[in-house]
Structure formats: structure tokens, C-alpha cells
Ligand binder design. Structure first.
Ligand SMILES: [Cu+2]
Length: 67
């Protein structure tokens, strides 16, 4: 499971944009976004780089890996 800290998500619309972007990059992966903590958890086999690019292409900043 990969957990990333993402900056710039402020509402439910952001949550669905990020979820869709990650799902498109990682078909079949389980994606969960916690708006309050700004954390995106991805359970799948796609590389971290692919997930990071997908989130950044959607307009958000990946600020690091969450514990
Ligand atoms: Cu939003």
C-alpha cells in the first residue's frame, strides 16, 4: 500500500478528481482519499512514479509519502 500526502485538495470535487486520476493510472487498484489529512492511499501494483504523475497532472501537489 502506497500512501501519499497531497496538497491542494479542499472539497469533495477534489477527492473525486484525484480518485479518478489515480484509478485511470492504476486500473484495478483500490484508491482511498482522506480529505481531512490530505492523504491518498493506493493499494495496487502500479509504481509510485505513475501515481505521483497522475495526481500532479490532475493539478495537485504530492508533497511526500505519508507514514
Ligand atoms: Cu475541491
Amino acid at each position: 500500500m502506497l500512501k501519499l500526502k497531497v496538497a491542494g485538495m479542499s472539497c469533495g470535487g477534489c477527492v473525486s478528481s484525484v480518485t479518478q486520476a489515480v484509478s485511470a493510472a492504476a486500473p484495478g487498484a483500490k484508491v482511498s482519499v482522506d480529505l481531512k489529512s490530505g492523504e491518498v492511499a493506493v493499494d495496487g501494483t502500479v509504481s509510485k512514479q505513475a501515481i505521483v504523475s497522475a495526481i500532479e497532472d490532475a493539478g495537485y501537489d504530492v508533497v511526500g509519502e505519508a507514514a
